[in-house]
Design a protein around this ligand. Sequence first.
Ligand code: G4P
Length: 528
Amino acid sequence: MSTLQKEIDKRRIFGIISHPDAGKTTLTEKLLLFGGAIQKAGTVKRNKAEKTATSDFMEIEKQRGISVATSVMGFNYKECKINILDTPGHKDFAEDTYRTLTAVDSVILVVDCVKGVEEQTRKLMNVCRMRHIPVMVFINKMDREGKDPFDLLEEIEKELNISTRPLSWPIGIGSTFAGVYHLYKKQLKLFSPDSKMQITDEYIELEDILSDDLDKYIGQKASNKLREEAELVEGVYEPFDLSLYRSGYLAPVFFGSAINNFGIEELLDTFIEIAPPPQARETDKRIVKPDENKFTGFIFKIHANLDPNHRDRIAFCRVCSGKFERNKFYQHTRSSKKLKFASPTSFMADAKSLVEEAWPGDVIGLYDAGNFKIGDTLTEGEVLKYIGIPSFSPEIFKELENTDPMKTKQLEKGISQLVDEGVAQLFIQNLGSRKFVGTVGELQFEVIKFRLLNEYGASCNFRSISFTKASWITSKNQEQIQLLMRSQANRIAFDKDNRPVYLSNSKWDIDSTMRDHPDVVFHETSEW
Ligand code: G4P
């Protein structure tokens, strides 16, 4: 087997998604512990700023600092090299999460057993379904009095529109939680609260849960219940089907308690067994396979330097095919520039280090003086662009007003760089060159204002406007587009790539415009 193929087979790149507070940070930390990437609790900083809607600037700055450190966390586990891509939990940063999901091959969804499926989970799962991303579910906080496991599975299936298949089964819940039974491996793991970071490896092999042996460990009452429930599970659910999981239709489910370090190992062991290695990806020209010899990759996240004296940024590049090498020239396909990188970094847990080479499924940090936009592609010369990194319509739109005409240049540069970073979307109207900034949350406007002032010395105001949705418009008939643009000029603006969008302020509004212009297609995202 070639070195390239061996390196590909070893790699897994995934994201953890959840509603805030379900336990994503805790689970991440425990996974890193199992990978030996960290030694003690508290290494992955819990980020309270994420959880409140506070507009405290210090908190925003802290958040940026933390998110750079935890954007990518690599660790080794058994034969695998695993990368976790961090996804902000706060809804105001949802766009960032959507984009990060374009760079993963699978996700682990954390659900709080007390709260069940929550708002943010629904939204993130919509993105996963759209992209057919394989999903594993970890039902967390089983040490709390939560919902009945059958009800939880039904809720997940109904609300998230995905089939489930439990691979482990909980014995009791809350105060009666006694452990989990691995339905496939036929192993029992008994629960003992342990918030210390210890890796325990005590499984009890049970050939047959019908035998009296089970009673010895968990008592007769719990044994009978487990037998009954396990039988019901086998009766109700189809056997686990790997291809259905890999194509995003079936989610295997595990139960546990992240804070108690419980149920993580089963999750991780199954993850490395079933989660897909780096996959082929679509470009505007052709599908690129990871085992192609030539390097290709794309930028899914850009992070500004925290030090305002250094304007450079870190662009996060997902390697998609071939081998990346330090100091070799690569083609930046949007600008046709040749770029080489003297100090690409890899990210292990929260430490960065210089890399000489990288393989498909790796994420490298590239220092960037302003060349990159999100979605940019690097190749060895072939002109292609990775697709599937769409912009979604923002939910809040405000008009940008320059409050310091002396600093117009700084404001323009600042806003354009922040848009390249993906902090917000910008739509410009030809008519009077009004600028509309779109985000998914109020918090971003605070971030933008603060960063424009601190990093670019520009000050601005955001004026509320009534638009609530941007639809990208296309038509086979250019005349029809022109007609719409003329008749609704005050509703038309252009995105960062100069594509026209229709800005609407209600469902009624867009529906009636659609009726009046049947030859124009209104797209939900910037790719179709
Ligand atoms: P998030 O990243 O998804 O927002 O969640 P995070 O891991 O920060 O966890 C949210 C809260 O839930 C934390 O408590 C955490 O300790 C707790 N938690 C995580 N896993 C479990 C579990 O298995 N059982 C129980 N009972 N609690 C769990 P907190 O009080 O908000 O934070 P902290 O003071 O403990 O840091």
